[in-house]
Design a protein around this ligand. Structure first.
Ligand code: SAH
Length: 241
C-alpha cells in the first residue's frame, strides 16, 4: 500500500495530501478514488485511508482506521556520526534510516578530513534523504537529522542514553558481543569516528563521560561500513530481527 508522511492530524476524518505528496500520489502513482493508502503522522501513528478525491494540488483521503505504526524498533537509537568525506554521509543516512535509527547527529572531530564551513545545505539534503528512505522502507517515525555539532557536544549527548557505545578501532578488550551481554536498553547511542579514526583524547573523553568503548572485531571497517554494522548488530541483540 502506498505510504506518505503528513504533518497534520485528521479533520472530520479526512487527511489531505498536498504539494509533492499530492503530485506523487496523483501523477506518479496515479492513485484513483476508492484505492487504499496509508498516511503516517511521522510520530508513530498510521492512518489507513481510502482516496476520496484526486485533484492537481490535493488528494483527499478518508481515514478508515488508525493504529500505532508497527515498523519501529523496540529501542530508540541515535547514531553520532563523524562527518565523512564527499557524499558518504548520504549513504550512511539512507541505510541508517532503513535499519531503524531514530536520530542522526553528525559531528566534527579532530581527524575529520571534511571540514565544511557551511553545513546547513548538507543537513537539509540529509533530511530529505532521511524522509525519502523513511517513506520507502515504511517507517512509522520520521527520523531526525540534527545540525552538525562539535565532538565534545556529541559526547555529552551520547552519554545520556542508557546504552552508550563508542566504537573505537583501537579497542582490544571489549567486543560488542560482550558489551551487550546484559541486553540493550531502551535508549541507545552509537558513536562512530571519521576516516582518520578517533584521536586518543577523544576516546578518553568519551569513556570519562560514561560511554563504553567497544570493538567491532579485529578488522578495521570503513567509516561508512561501521555504523551500518553497529546498527544491525544492536538491532539484532535488541530482538528486532
Ligand atoms: N583510520 C583508522 C580507522 C578509522 S575507521 C585506522 O586506520 O585505525 C572509522 C571509524 O569506524 C572508527 O573511528 C570507528 O568508529 C569505526 N570502526 C571501524 N572499524 C572498527 C572496529 N574494528 N572496531 C570498532 N570501531 C571500528
Amino acid at each position: 500500500m502506498p505510504r506518505f508522511f503528513v504533518d497534520q492530524q485528521p479533520q472530520d476524518g479526512v487527511l489531505t495530501l498536498t504539494g509533492e505528496n499530492a503530485h506523487h500520489a496523483g501523477r506518479v502513482l496515479r492513485l484513483r478514488v476508492g484505492e487504499g493508502v496509508t498516511l503516517c503522522d511521522g510520530a508513530g501513528m498510521d492512518f489507513d485511508c481510502t482516496v476520496e478525491a484526486v485533484e492537481k494540488e490535493a488528494v483527499t483521503c478518508r481515514v478508515v482506521s488508525c493504529h500505532a505504526a508497527d515498523t519501529e524498533p523496540k529501542q530508540s537509537i541515535t547514531l553520532f556520526m563523524a562527518l565523512p568525506k564527499g557524499d558518504k554521509m548520504e549513504f550512511i543516512v539512507q541505510k541508517a534510516v532503513e535499519l531503524g535509527v531514530s536520530r542522526i547527529v553528525p559531528y566534527l572531530s579532530k581527524n575529520c578530513v571534511s571540514r565544511p564551513d557551511k553545513t546547513e545545505k548538507k543537513v537539509e539534503r540529509w533530511r530529505k534523504i532521511a524522509a525519502e528512505a523513511a517513506k520507502q522502507c515504511g517507517r512509522g517515525r520520521l527520523p531526525e537529522v540534527a545540525a552538525v555539532v562539535p565532538v565534545a557536544q556529541a559526547i555529552v549527548q551520547a552519554a545520556q542514553s542508557e546504552t552508550a557505545l563508542f566504537f573505537y578501532e583501537n579497542e582490544r578488550r571489549t567486543g560488542l558481543h560482550d558489551a551487550l551481554a546484559g541486553g540493550v536498553r531502551d535508549t541507545v547511542s552509537l558513536m562512530v569516528g571519521p576516516e582518520g579514526g578517533f584521536d586518543p583524547a577523544e576516546a578518553k573523553a568519551a569513556v570519562d563521560a560514561g560511554l563504553q568503548s567497544v570493538s567491532l572485531g579485529t578488522r578495521i571497517l570503513r567509516c561508512e561500513t561501521a555504523p551500518i554494522v553497529a546498527l544491525a548488530a544492536v538491532l539484532y541483540a535488541g530482538g528486532n530481527m
